[in-house]
Design a protein around this ligand. Structure first.
Ligand code: SF4
Length: 344
């Protein structure tokens, strides 16, 4: 994926400038307590891509809290969400720590460290409300800013807004939380939604999934207020569908990551088309598909690989619904953003 869930604003050490600096609490004392409680001899650490560069220092700081016998491993696998726990490292270590995402799947024994942002959200919200109509507004944010959610709501209410929030579904841990693949929290009656959080990854999905709503982005990390737009994405999706209409052979991708498995959908699509092959894949990249030589692919794993990375693939990469449009089972104007709402 081109971006990570919640960490897209972290530009430090990249040569780019952050308007607001950030430090995180890695909760190393809590991790050390888990190690002591379980008399652990091995600890596995998993970090999102955006903060991986800090992993060696965090591991070394943690070492100072632990007895000499404890061996620490850092997961080197790519990570973009709690949907993607390093199951191999998890099995091989006594304590497994996942930094930066909120719990998503049944993962007993995993220590989750949320890494809440310490950025002050009020200045950018003060600017953002100038772009809202008075009255009802939906409020959403990412796991990273969840610690400020009550304050965000109070800020809006103090200024006369009626704030509508909801907890999406079981994929989401918190009220008002969104994921790149799940915007169920934004399904409120209000016609406008305020997204408070960093970057463009989440709001672009929010706009794609809610084309009927006005979505305003208040980005406290990069100090930007702007409307979210799905226009570019929608154009790209239509182009990919048109390109796939001539396909004779299809690959149906069944993702193997723990929180990205929609194998039932993948099996059904493959069973319905005698020219389709069911392909299991962990990392879905152009190079992994290159040697199959099929005409087009359907991705049932992370929908953001399709929408955000799709144009980088040599053959068209479609969502399950886009596939149905391409083969003529659904009309073009039925196009919807693919989500993991209610599915695993
Ligand atoms: S499946 Fe959802 S949570 Fe996982 S990487 Fe994709 S967008 Fe993020």
């Amino acid at each position: 994926m081109t971006d990570t869930d919640g960490w897209e604003g972290d530009l430090r050490d990249t040569g780019l400038a952050l308007k607001h600096d950030r430090e995180w609490d890695y909760e190393l004392e809590r991790v050390a307590e888990a190690v002591t409680e379980q008399a652990a001899e091995t600890v596995g650490l998993q970090f999102p891509e955006g903060i991986k560069r800090r992993a060696p220092n965090v591991a070394s700081d943690l070492e100072a809290h632990l007895p000499d016998r404890v061996q620490i491993y850092i997961s080197g696998e790519a990570n973009f969400g709690a949907c993607d726990l390093d199951m191999d490292l998890m099995r091989r270590t006594d304590v497994f720590v996942h930094f930066g995402h909120s719990p998503m799947v049944e993962s007993e024994g995993v220590v989750y460290v949320p890494l809440f942002s310490n950025v002050d959200v009020e200045p950018i919200m003060a600017e953002a409300i100038e772009h809202l109509e008075p009255g009802e507004v939906g409020l959403v944010t990412t796991a990273q800013h969840m610690n400020k959610f009550d304050a965000m709501q109070a800020f809006l209410e103090d200024r006369g807004f009626t704030v509508q929030t909801r907890r999406g579904d079981e994929r989401l841990t918190h009220e008002g939380q969104v994921l790149g693949c799940n915007y169920a929290s934004a399904k409120v009656p209000a016609e406008q939604v305020l997204y408070v959080g960093g970057g463009g990854f989440h709001p672009s999905g929010l706009a794609m999934d809610n084309p009927e709503k006005d979505v305003i982005i208040a980005d406290p990390v990069n100090n930007v207020v702007k409307p979210a737009s799905a226009e570019k994405f929608v154009k790209q999706r239509y182009a990919a569908i048109h390109q796939a209409m001539d396909a004779e052979t299809w690959g149906i991708i069944a993702g193997t990551k723990i929180g990205q498995r929609r194998h039932g959908i993948a099996e059904q699509l493959a069973a319905e088309n005698e020219n389709a092959s069911l392909i299991t894949l962990d990392e879905i990249t152009p190079s992994h598909l290159k040697n199959f030589g099929l005409d087009a692919y359907v991705n049932t794993a992370c929908p953001r690989i399709t929408t955000d990375d799709g144009p980088q693939f040599d053959q068209p990469l479609l969502t399950p619904q886009e596939y149905r449009i391409a083969i003529g089972e659904e009309p073009m104007d039925a196009l919807e953003f693919d989500t993991f709402e209610g599915t695993w």
